[in-house]
Design a protein around this ligand. Structure first.
Ligand code: HEM
Length: 406
């Protein structure tokens, strides 16, 4: 393995024109598995090296460990646990997970299934009378947002307010050559403050007047790790709200796009509904919602393969490239729901492995299963569809489909 100054492949990947198909550029990137860029940061793009570093205890998720801290970290209040390291990360993750799944809350996802199916069913009922639908606006966005609002106890009718804050916040940490970085950061700081104030108000209400929702449980829990402070609850709620917004949307939309591009697999799914389980797993490998983890820091010098990454360096992890690495996956550019041995990086790996994975999988399985069952002959109206700006959370911004166009 060699470490070289990065060619411009990364810049081309980040450029918006690559959004519809970044995969050939990932293949270029993988020629240098651990690549040093001119600014001293590192880009890792191969499966083996990604899996290795994601399990390395010297890899930090706390941007304050960067030699040149990111400007977006300025003014940031208590970070969420996704941006923390052990032991603080582990404590807060344990406290949040107590209410999100086994062993403390074992039936959470299965208990939600009737509601998930009813919500998707209702959204599809609303397609009636429309010849054309937008998979994003009509289903893939409103569905997971309703679910996360319900779980957290955030009023669904407030969505138009926090949608703006969430968008500004995500833009502020993303790449977009079009916007002035200073303006973007200012928008991000403002959005973060507004969202925190809003969530703070909800947490306040939950003290002493608890309901069944996650905010109430977090505000009143006296589990083995004690109680979260209000600041910690707000940061955690913030994280879950954003995670519940921007990722599952892309999984459902990328899923429908992939099915419409593979009509034989779509037909097979109609005949064999159980195929949806391995199919969603393959989507998480083949068209994952999270392409890049842009900011990790080296706590101390980290050796990956035969490269030593110096302490304080910024490290960028190209997860979607790793999941298409031919040294790990046979015929990786083929969408194959029958693939076995599919340990993709769609939910990350190591101590920060996605905690909403079981919920997100079930949401996508139900949404895609019902769409395929209820749309007679769906046909894509634009291929490629228009994409969101982000190279990090990558997915179409709209996916227009003719309901009976096939
Ligand atoms: C298809 C949908 C989703 C995808 C592809 C996804 C992907 C990811 C990835 C790649 C990470 C690792 C980030 C890192 O290592 O820095 C992550 C972490 C996380 N995800 Fe998800 N996610 C999805 C849905 C969700 C949902 C629905 C929730 C919760 C409602 C959620 C909650 C979280 C949390 C809390 C973390 C941080 C875990 C930690 O730091 O220990 N995710 N997710």
């Amino acid at each position: 393995m060699t470490t070289t100054e990065m060619p411009d492949t990364l810049h081309r990947i980040l450029d918006y024109s690559s959004r519809p198909d970044p995969y050939p550029l990932y293949a270029e990137l993988r020629r240098t598995p651990v690549a040093r860029q001119e600014d001293g940061s590192y880009v890792i793009s191969t499966y083996r090296e990604l899996a290795d570093i994601l399990h390395n205890p010297h890899l930090s998720s706390d941007v304050r460990n960067l030699t040149h801290p990111m400007p977006s970290a300025e003014g940031a209040p208590t970070p969420a646990f996704i941006n923390m390291d052990p032991p603080q990360h582990d404590r807060l993750r344990r406290m949040a997970m107590r209410h999100f799944g086994p062993p403390n809350t074992p039936g959470l996802v299965t208990g939600l299934e009737p509601d998930l199916t009813a919500t998707v069913g209702g959204l599809i009922d609303d397609f009636a009378g429309k010849e054309q639908i937008d998979i994003v606006d009509d289903l893939a966005y409103p569905f997971p947002v309703s679910v996360i609002c319900h779980l957290l106890g955030v009023p669904r009718e407030d969505e138009p307010r926090f949608r703006v804050w969430v968008n500004d916040l995500i833009n502020s940490i993303d790449y977009d050559a079009r916007t002035d970085p200073k303006e973007k950061l200012e928008d991000g700081v403002r959005a973060r403050k507004d969202l925190r104030e809003y969530l703070g108000g909800l947490v306040e209400q939950r003290h002493g007047r608890p309901g069944e929702d996650l905010l109430s449980l977090l505000a009143n829990d006296d589990g083995p790790d004690g109680r979260m402070t209000d600041e910690e609850i707000i940061s955690t709620a913030n994280l879950l709200l954003i995670a519940g917004h921007e990722t599952t949307v892309n999984l459902i939309t990328n899923g429908m796009l992939t099915l419409l591009r593979h009509p034989r697999i779509l037909e097979r799914l109609r005949r064999e509904p159980d195929l949806v389980v391995p199919l969603v797993e393959e989507l998480l490998r083949y068209e994952p919602p999270v392409h890049i983890i842009p900011w990790r820091a080296a706590y101390s010098d980290i050796t990956v393969g035969d490269t030593v990454i110096p302490k304080g360096s910024q490290i960028m992890l190209m997860l979607a490239s790793g999941s298409r690495d031919p040294d790990r996956f046979h015929d990786p550019d083929r969408f194959d729901p029958d693939r076995t041995d599919n340990q993709h990086l769609g939910f990350g790996s190591g101590i920060h492995l996605c905690f909403g994975g079981p919920l997100a999988r079930r949401e996508a399985q139900i949404a895609l299963g019902e769409l395929v069952r209820r749309l007679d002959a769906p046909a894509l109206l634009a291929d490629p569809p228009p994409y969101r700006r982000s190279p990090v959370l990558r997915g179409p911004i709209h996916l227009r489909v003719e309901r009976n166009g096939g």
